[in-house]
Design a protein around this ligand. Sequence first.
Ligand code: TGC
Ligand code: FAD
Length: 403
Amino acid sequence: MSQTSCRLFKGEDMVYEALDFYDVDSQLSEEEIMVRDMVRDWVDAEVLPKIEHACRDGVFPDEWRVALGEMGVLGAPLDGYGCPGLSYVAYGVICRELERGDSGLRSFASVQGSLAMYPIWDFGSEEQKNKYLPKMASGDLIGCFGLTEPDYGSNPGGMITKAEDKGDHYILNGAKMWITNGTISDLAIVWAKLDGVIRGFIVETGDEGYSAPEMKGKHSLKASVTSELVFQDCKIPKDRILPGVKGLKGPFSCLNNARYGISWGALGAAQACFHSAKEYTLSRIQFDVPIASYQLIQNKLAWMLREITKGQLLALELGKKKDDGSWIPEHISLAKMNNVDIALEIARMARDMHGANGILDEYCIMRHMANLESVKTYEGTHDIHNLILGRHITGIQSFTRSE
Ligand code: TGC
Ligand code: FAD
């Protein structure tokens, strides 16, 4: 076996069996199962053999963009304008299968669908929808989402990037940071203040005064492109403002969908780590027997199974709520926070159970573990989601401290 292909690669000695203790997937529709199997097979065939090379080289392989477009999974729950029109449950399943491959791959799809296509779909003009959405659904155009700034992460409402109305065009000035897909994007959804009110703008690569340099040196999400977005008297035409929304609820509405996808995606990473831990501990002999025969190891495997099963039930129930419209943002905060948290703990535990082998890139563990550190931070940190729930429970907002 190559030292750089993941051991979950189908056709090698470990064939993936997805943990589904409560048979949660039996509740999926025929279409959702079809989509699951298509993405799962593609991840086995095309992603797992290549992911470690992509991480080493720090690139997102362009052929994955093409394949995601061809499979019709970008912007999964959006309909019309060439979009797939699948259920939110299907979108969750897609995220789960992609993130079993790598969180960076799911990130690419989350940003494209939930953070770049969704705002155009929900808040854009007919012209904007027709111009961008079909090509984004097919993967021909890539989008990114610029909300975070160097000095405003958890508190995006403080952003200083601003837009000025110059009569027949807008001028943008400011900078965004930590932007997934930035350098490889054809367009950016940029949130900036116009007369003090947050508005969304579509900035195209090539617009005067716009650049998107890549940020290097990440120990996490190495196969995902992360960038700064810089606007220096960036001139954009008047018809590139998103007319349908004002204020923070614009970007937060997009985040609802992306956070929802993460709540499923993290389970994919957790399932990959569980699978590897189970296989490894059954085959690794210490003190003359497989280490899986020791109670301490079985306790860890049982904890993983328990938490993944609870997370699966949470994600599916939330998916049904997204589909029938009975969800509130706090439901999503709970699922994002919980499922990323348990996935990260499972990855850390699995790393320990693999002993020294756990640090090798031949096993997927350490890569998932490092990726999940970012996933815990982005789309609202773990603690921000705790505070969102705390506000829901008590009615008291505790993000800011009054003197
Ligand atoms: P707050 O006063 O709570 O709300 C301001 C306005 O927004 C509305 N709103 C929402 N609308 C829709 N969905 C939601 N989830 C909403 N939450 C709030 C709210 O109703 C209000 O509307 P209006 O009309 O009354 O003005 O705002 P705040 O400034 O106090 O916010 C507090 C806090 C901490 C919850 C919020 O700022 C927050 O969530 N911070 C986290 C920031 C974050 O998540 N950034 C993510 C950046 S994008 C990213 O990470 C992509 S990674 C992608 C990848 O690679 O996968
Ligand atoms: P800070 O807000 O500085 O937080 C630092 C710590 O302080 C955290 O532990 C936080 O929980 C805590 N904290 C903050 N405020 C409070 C409070 N009120 N009470 C208690 N604790 C608090 N952003 C985008 O806009 N688009 C993207 O595509 C994107 N992609 C990303 C990709 C990667 C790989 C990463 C790592 C980040 C990405 N982000 C993106 C940015 C991400 O959303 C932010 O990193 C995140 O919102 C946290 O902001 P921050 O890093 O500035 O941390």
